[in-house]
Design a protein around this ligand. Structure first.
Ligand code: IMP
Length: 199
């Protein structure tokens, strides 16, 4: 069965973060009527899976089942080759309860030093899932490869942006013009795949 989304359909964005909801609306060209899980008072499920795809599906399915509407969710993070892919699905959690990414970036640097590895290869992943209340779901993943740079540079982005340099670039994501980052990022790549699958 081909799963397609009709223009004008009502979609639940399975996030309580208004910034993410806005970003999704823009990328979906405002074709849909979006309501957030937060606005519907849906609880945020615990992210218990070990993969980005697993957590994106878990969030989309929970929102679809509870709301009776088609739901879209994302899960993303930074993976470091020399740390066997950590922090990965724990990217947000490494920043602690106050979401201090200065701390999270120091932790990455310290773990690399402890591991005594000089391989600075890393990548960002974004998984996007769309789930229907009656069961079917589509999930895609986008990835951008690069290298880590210490100390952190730039204040234009968020999260781990100041320590990530995308392949073929000299500036960190934190120094990059945000429109340029949005054009090449893991999230942009995932959205392109999702559009190809559903629109
Ligand atoms: P979640 O997808 O909300 O569970 O959290 C993903 C975490 O990964 C965020 O808190 C960020 O720290 C990190 N992350 C994901 N995408 C990016 C990015 O584009 N730049 C920097 N950090 C990112």
């Amino acid at each position: 069965m081909a799963l397609k989304l009709e223009s004008g359909a009502k979609l639940v964005v399975a996030t309580h973060n208004p910034g993410k909801a806005r970003e999704l609306a823009e990328i979906l060209d405002n074709r849909f009527v979006l309501v957030t899980a937060g606005e519907l008072g849906l609880p945020e499920p615990e992210e218990t899976e070990q993969t980005f795809v697993g957590n994106a599906l878990l969030k989309a399915r929970a929102a679809a089942q509870r709301s009776g509407l088609v739901a879209i969710a994302d899960d993303s993070g930074l993976s470091v080759a020399a740390l066997e892919g950590q922090p990965g699905v724990y990217s947000a959690r490494w920043a602690g309860p106050t979401r201090d990414f200065g701390l999270a970036m120091k932790k990455v640097e310290a773990r690399l030093e402890e591991a005594g590895r000089d391989d600075l290869s890393a990548w960002f992943t974004s998984a996007l899932a769309v789930a229907w209340p009656d069961g079917p779901a589509v999930v895609v993943e986008g990835r951008i490869d690069g290298t880590l740079a210490f100390p952190p540079r730039g204040d234009k982005g968020f999260g781990y942006d100041p320590i990530f340099v995308a392949e073929g670039r000299a500036e960190t994501f934190g120094e990059m013009n945000p429109a340029e980052k949005d054009r090449i990022s893991h999230r942009a790549r995932a959205f392109e795949k999702l559009k190809a699958a559903l629109l």
